[in-house]
Write a protein of this length. Structure first.
Length: 256
């Protein structure tokens, strides 16, 4: 098949999978195939090629953590809580920045498999470097993803199942991803979905905390669920105040 960088149809993608992933079945989730396609066409990666771990130096890690100090501090409670909930079942929890660099890693005490896979602080999971993976593909797509075993691009990562949710800052830009990874041999796709819901809930809580911390003097109005809030007179107030800020179901109203 001749690879093109433009949008491809189902037939093209099926042929692509047959050419480059002959030992794998066609994933039901089109997001996975599109990510495989990006990894080959846009990033020049090879699924059978050597997947080098990209780990920052100690000095680089320190600089990145210092730069993201506020983000890590705000997210820390959510990361710790999530790690307590899933750690006993043998899962690892990672927090990344917007470039897919792991800033925080909570690995089970029997977590050598995670360390061997590079799930440590300072590891880089940008899709352009390691192909389809939980953190990198979540950031590339800007949405929740589940990457189950051989849906990962590189063979080295196909023993993992990764459930990820993006974290958005108060300005609506992605600031990172929250990841739960499993190396359990008995991990099922149904269990993945249950864990993914918990990851998404935690990510939304981190976003809300980040939003509130960014507007300490503002009056925060909260809507129901993930929809934009119906605020009535408060909505009119938002329209009349040029410095009001909205994100999801949260609105920061400047003080009168």
């Amino acid at each position: 098949m001749s690879l093109q960088t433009s949008a491809t149809g189902p037939a093209d993608l099926k042929a692509f999978v047959g050419d480059y992933f002959a030992d794998r079945s066609l994933p039901s989730d089109g997001l996975i195939v599109q990510s495989w396609y990006r990894s080959v066409v846009e990033h020049g990666l090879k699924p059978a090629g050597r997947a080098n771990k990209v780990i920052l130096s100690a000095a680089e890690i320190h600089r990145h953590q210092e730069f993201h100090h506020d983000y890590m501090t705000i997210a820390g409670q959510g990361v710790s809580g999530l790690a307590k909930r899933v750690g006993q079942a043998g899962f690892a929890v990672l927090l990344s920045d917007e470039h897919g660099i792991a800033l925080d890693s909570r690995v089970p005490t029997t977590g050598s498999a995670y360390a061997d896979s590079g799930l440590i602080v300072g590891s880089r999971w940008d899709e352009s470097l390691v192909g389809t993976n939980g953190i990198g593909t979540c950031i590339a797509e800007g949405r929740r993803v589940i990457i189950h075993r051989n849906e990962h691009f590189h063979a080295r990562n196909t023993g993992m199942s990764c459930m990820d949710a993006p974290i958005f800052g108060p300005d609506g830009a992605i600031v990172g991803a929250l990841d739960v990874s499993s190396a359990r041999a008995d991990q099922t796709e149904g269990f993945n979905r249950l864990i993914a819901a918990t990851v998404a809930q935690t990510a939304r809580a981190i976003e809300a905390d980040f939003f509130r911390a960014s507007f300490p003097e503002a009056r925060i109005v909260v809507g129901d669920g993930d929809e934009q809030p119906c605020l009535g007179e408060e909505r009119q107030a938002v329209a009349l105040r040029p410095h009001a800020v909205e994100m999801g179901a949260l609105v920061a109203l400047p003080s009168l």
